[in-house]
Design a protein around this ligand. Structure first.
Ligand code: TXA
Ligand code: MG
Length: 320
């Protein structure tokens, strides 16, 4: 059974102790909740893949408390150093070559020569990693293909029957997963997954080159079906809906007469919309609506990441 803990000094100590003995702890980051385990412990990593139903070819992100700790496990390039300085701690993940003496489990990296690394800014995540004294691998705390969890309630919903601790640190502020950047090359970087750190932000710091092979993205997770509510079909980019549908609006209210209505951001703020996205999809999925219909979201800035998630949620991209 999953056990829910309020966030305080004592619970962080208990959770860090549980992690160092090989246990699993779900914890908030500024993006989404993570399902954490020791990056050094192969059997813990195995357990993460198992309870998430995650294919073992889909590697995990290692989370560190300090930038200087990251460079003990991966080899920085000058682009990586510039990005780290600009955006860490924060919602960015870098893919870099692993050091030969890195203790991060090969299984966490799906036996690739690279590792995905991140320094989260969330206070709970920071305290947990510091107390535990080693990097924590953490995929988003949801069953594979399901909605990412942005509240402790959503984590419990996915993992109620599993053996883990869940630290309740409230709702995640950013609300969507970190931007993933391949920063192995000295000349340019490639964006593997969009997030709230946008191409515009990144290009202030280094040169971006588009991935050459659109069919086979280098972040293996991007090939799979994702972000799907459990009970309802998601229809996107629509200004109309049937009266028995739920409508998830954006900006000024569209003239819809839906059974259930929520608005990602009445003021049309894309950051607010990202922060509400998974929580509102989860709430609407609890209703007895027919479909969840979503308003058009501008495909610029943070909207690029939101639309990418919605396209996947609606089933247009991704194998099971
Ligand atoms: O915001 C986030 O990134 C959250 C929080 C918990 O940190 N984590 C998260 O993890 O979204 P997950 O496992 O749901 O997504 C990780 C993505 C996957 O698409 C995976 O394929 C990619 O990172 N990835 C991991 N290691 C990689 C590597 N070595 N090379 C390329 N992609 C990698
Ligand atoms: Mg995920």
């Amino acid at each position: 059974m999953a056990r829910l803990l309020d966030f305080n000094e004592k619970s962080v100590e208990v959770a860090a102790e549980f992690l160092s003995r090989g246990g699993l702890v779900a914890f908030p980051t500024e993006t989404v909740y993570g399902l954490g385990g020791s990056a050094y412990n192969r059997s813990t990593v195995e357990q993460i893949y198992r309870i998430k139903n995650r294919p073992s070819q889909n590697p995990l992100i290692s989370h560190f408390a300090e930038i200087s700790d990251v460079w003990c496990d991966v080899i920085p390039t000058s682009n990586a150093q510039k990005l780290a300085e600009a955006f860490w701690p924060g919602p960015m993940t870098l893919v870099l070559n692993k050091r030969s003496d890195s203790k991060i489990s090969d299984l966490a990296c799906a036996s690739l020569p690279t590792a995905a690394v991140r320094v989260p800014s969330n206070n709970v995540a920071q305290q947990l990693i510091k107390h535990c004294g080693m990097p924590i691998v953490a995929p988003s705390a949801n069953k594979s293909t399901g909605l990412s969890a942005t509240t402790a309630e959503m984590v419990m919903h996915h993992f109620i029957d599993d053996d883990l601790l869940v630290i309740d640190g409230g709702q995640c502020l950013v609300g969507i997963e970190s931007t993933i950047i391949d920063a192995r090359c000295e000349e340019y970087v490639t964006v593997l997954r969009h997030g709230v750190i946008t191409n515009n932000d990144i290009s202030d710091v280094c040169v971006i080159r588009q991935s050459e092979n659109k069919q086979k993205p280098i972040a293996p997770g991007m090939m799979y079906k994702h972000y799907s509510p459990k009970n309802h079909r998601v229809l996107i980019n629509s200004e109309i809906c049937h009266s028995d549908d739920a409508y998830l609006d954006f900006g000024h209210k569209h003239n819809v007469h839906s059974k259930y209505y929520m608005n990602l951001s009445e003021s049309g703020d894309l950051h607010e919309a990202a922060s509400n996205l998974f929580t509102m999809l989860y709430e609407l999925d609890k209703t007895d609506c027919n479909n969840i219909v979503i308003a058009p979201i501008p495909n610029a800035g943070v909207g690029v990441a939101i639309n990418d998630k919605l396209i996947r949620a609606s089933g247009f991209v991704g194998v099971q």
